[in-house]
Design a protein. Sequence first.
Length: 122
Amino acid sequence: MTKLTDDQWAVISSLLPKQDFTKGGRPRADDRRTLNGILWILRTGAQWNELPPQYGSSVTAWRRLRAWEEDGTWERMWKRLVAILSQADKLQMDVGYVDGTFAPSKKGGSPKVRRRRAKAQR
C-alpha cells in the first residue's frame, strides 16, 4: 500500500491541529503514521480492527479521523490540495463523477415524504 510521500506530507502537515500541552498529557501518536493508517482504511474498505500494526492503534486512527472531521481539518486539507492541483493545471473541472450507490432507494419512498390521504384530500 502506498504511503504519503515527503512532498505530500510537507503540504498536509501544516494543516493538522497541534497538540495543546498547556494542560499536560503525554505526546499523542505520530500524525503521519496515523494519517497513513486512516488512508489505508479508506482505500481498502477494511474494518478498523484489521488495521496493520505498522500504522499504530486502530482506536487512535478512528478517533483522529472523527476529531479531524469535527474540527474541519479534512476540509482544509481538501481545499489546499484542490488549490495546488488547480494552480498546477492538473485539475479537470469539466469532468465529474457521481456515485449514488450509498443512497438506498426504498419502495414507496420515505415515510416523512409520503403525504397522508387525509391531508392530500383537503
